[in-house]
Ligand binder design. Structure first.
Ligand code: AHR
Length: 665
């Protein structure tokens, strides 16, 4: 990779040598110079974004606010999550029926026969219980019918772990035809571990399916929508893009279990459930009750992207199952279905309302197009089997949709044989479009600091880079002992200055994974942790948010002794100007345990306002984490700073990430 853009990058070796002479900075002010009139690259609005995958109960049991687990009895064990309930002396039975011939995408329902007015019932445990808030409204719905006369009322009640009712309501299904019944009620107590009883009362039989309970206070109050607190954390990041639906679940353990977007749209009761491949992926974190209901489907993913102002970035299966599992592939001459899925997705997202798939979008309530601009072909594939399949996809998609930027992958690791093969092959392809290459790095904190210069030497004329999945691993990749601590977050910040400095090459970046439920996770570290009622951003979240809300529009050099700041004195930096707000933005990361006495000279602008802001994110303790009890242990603090003669004097605290913003007069 040659063709370096300018002298600031070519001096990387000298920068490394300077790292050796650390610890001298504490005494005299070190002078950093920001060349505010020498932009080296545009920063894409997509630069800092979000990676979403249904892992760690991210969707079902997480952001998708449905409280009932296995609501339509489609899990491999149909009664998983359900228990029969009897009151003293009552009789009855519950039997799962399978009517595959009539409804193959939602085959099962439950028939409950009650022998008395006291009732016979079912109880649903939720996803690690149900989080219920006092005074909030809960919306119950069920598809139901009474095959033998209208003798049964369905009484639903939320119950706390002691068996006390904390909210209840009744619906009375009528007739032999399936119909949807809704009823709402208010919870009388806050309870993180409630469960739901559904009683059939009266002598008779009732059939039920899609037994569902949602809070009313979802994101934007959308019926049956998303958890508002979790979406708010995403919206607060002002992300440039939203990548979905993964991750390995795109691939599936086998091709039969791959993610098929067409099965995730339309009426909710027709969305065919699939197992979640994270259920038994790790023996040490087994989650056998992990399925994908697709209540959060492709329409909702596009809608969420739009809500939070992010470019939608779907990733599709390219005819390969997860290579960490079976690695199954579709024969090259049988890729048509997969390619058609991609073409139809573009029509679903962008097509007019009179096109087949555009109409489906309109029917779901969004006649305007979603303006999708990017499409990922495969998740984290490797080997020549990927290249062969990518070429076929790229040929068709380039011909039919040259406007869509295609994202390809270099596999799970940022170096090594597989990476080198894919990187060289993709960059060498003459007749196949390669717009953006997705690189993944799950590495130790030290790697992130050492790789702040990774992109300095990349080909400026080659494909762009999507840093599609990354996170500092404090122990080892996929270790359950990895922590979301300040050491990890600080090293990511150091690395991210390198991404921003190279914004002419790196056009997108996202931390991964995004969400984890404290009782349902498989993978750690994760950016945001939740339980049934609460959520908090880790220090890593705070770093991501700080970068994405302080991005700027053009990179400008920030120099120490004439060279880019890539680790000298354990300091990492990047700078930008924001043409929209007319500001200079400087990010400086001090990874040392010393306070640094610094001077920042902003060169090349006539006049600056005499006040600016300094946002500091820090902790003295590299092991510091955020938690439900102390969610803001590591969180930004903003202060005013003085600007004199285009200079800012600032002491950078040990282990700190700093953002300085100054307005150009
Ligand atoms: O982020 C967790 C997993 O890491 C993703 O599913 C996969 O793409 C990567 O290996």
């Amino acid at each position: 990779m040659t063709n370096m853009k300018n002298k600031y990058f070519s001096l990387g070796a000298l920068a490394v040598a300077c790292m050796m002479s650390a610890n001298v900075a504490a005494q005299k002010a070190t002078s950093f110079v920001v060349k505010a009139n020498q932009p080296t690259a545009e920063i894409q609005p997509t630069m800092w974004g979000i990676f979403f995958e249904d892992i760690n109960l991210g969707a079902d049991g997480g952001i998708y606010a449905e409280l009932v687990k296995n609501r339509s009895f489609e899990f491999a064990t149909p009664m998983m999550g359900w228990k029969e309930q009897k009151k003293n002396g009552t009789t009855g039975k519950a039997l799962v029926h399978n009517q595959e011939a009539i409804n193959p995408s939602n085959r099962r329902f439950i028939r409950v026969e009650s022998g008395s007015d006291e009732g016979f019932g079912l109880s649903n445990e939720g996803f690690r219980g149900m989080g219920i808030k006092k005074g909030n409204q809960y919306n119950f719905s069920v598809l139901a019918r009474q095959p033998q006369g209208d003798n049964v009322a369905v009484v639903v009640e939320l119950v706390n772990p002691d068996g006390k009712s904390i909210g209840s309501a009744t619906v009375t299904p009528q007739g032999k035809q399936w119909k949807k019944y809704n009823v709402s009620f208010t919870a009388t107590e806050t309870e993180p571990k409630a469960y739901l009883n559904v009683w059939a009362k009266g002598k008779g039989t009732v059939d039920m399916d899609m037994i569902s309970l949602f809070p009313q206070d979802t994101w934007k109050q959308r019926p049956n929508g998303l958890r508002a607190d979790m979406v708010q954390l995403l919206a607060d990041m002002k992300p440039g893009f939203f990548r979905f639906p993964g991750g390995c679940i795109v691939e599936g353990r086998t091709l039969d279990e791959r993610f098929e977007w067409k099965k995730t749209i339309g009426p909710i009761e027709n969305r065919e459930l699939t197992v979640n491949r994270w259920n038994t992926e790790f023996g040490h974190r087994l989650t056998p009750d992990y399925y994908q209901s697709f209540g959060l489907g492709f329409f909702e993913y596009f809608q969420l992207s739009e809500d939070i102002g992010a470019e939608p970035l779907p990733i599709l299966n390219c005819g390969m199952a997860c290579q960490f599992n079976t690695g199954e592939v579709v024969p090259l001459d049988q890729l048509d279905t997969y390619i058609q899925d991609a073409l139809d997705l573009i029509e679903f997202a962008n097509g007019g309302v009179n096109t087949t798939w555009g109409k489906k979008r309109a029917d779901m309530g969004h006649p305007e197009p979603f303006n999708m601009k990017f499409l990922g072909v495969g998740n984290e594939q490797w080997g020549e089997q990927y290249i062969e399949r990518y070429k076929i996809f790229a040929k068709v998609l380039s011909e039919k949709h040259p406007e869509i930027k295609l994202i390809t992958t270099t596999g799970p690791f940022p170096d090594g044989e597989e990476f080198d093969y894919l990187n060289t092959t993709l960059r060498g392809m003459k007749d196949t479009r390669v717009d953006i290459i997705d690189e993944h790095y799950y590495r130790a904190p030290e790697w992130f600091k050492e790789n702040a210069t990774r992109y300095d030497s990349y080909d400026r004329k080659g494909p762009k880079i999507f840093a599609g999945e990354y996170a500092s691993q404090t122990v080892a990749i996929a270790s359950p002992d990895n922590r979301n601590n300040w050491n990890a977050a600080l090293s990511e910040a150091a690395f991210m200055t390198g991404l921003e400095r190279n914004a002419d090459v790196v056009v997108m970046a996202s931390y991964a994974p995004l969400f984890a439920h404290v009782e349902g996770w498989q993978w750690t570290p994760d950016m945001i942790w939740v339980d049934n009622l609460r959520s908090f951003g880790t220090p890593n979240y705070q770093v991501q948010k700080l970068f994405s809300t302080n991005s700027g529009t053009q990179v400008v050099p920030v120099l120490l002794d004439g060279i880019a700041v890539t680790g000298q004195n354990n300091t990492f930096a990047s700078a930008s100007i924001d043409k929209k707000t007319n500001e200079v933005i400087l990010k400086v990361v001090n990874t040392s345990d010393k306070e640094m006495n610094n001077e920042f000279v902003i060169d090349g602008v006539k006049k600056l306002q005499n006040r600016g802001t300094h946002t500091e994110l820090r902790s003295d303790n590299l092991n510091q984490e955020n938690s439900f009890e102390n969610p803001k242990a590591v969180s930004p603090v903003q202060k005013q700073i003085q600007v004199k003669n285009n200079k800012v004097q600032l002491k950078l605290q040990p282990y700190s990430v700093n953002v300085i913003r100054v307005k150009i007069s």
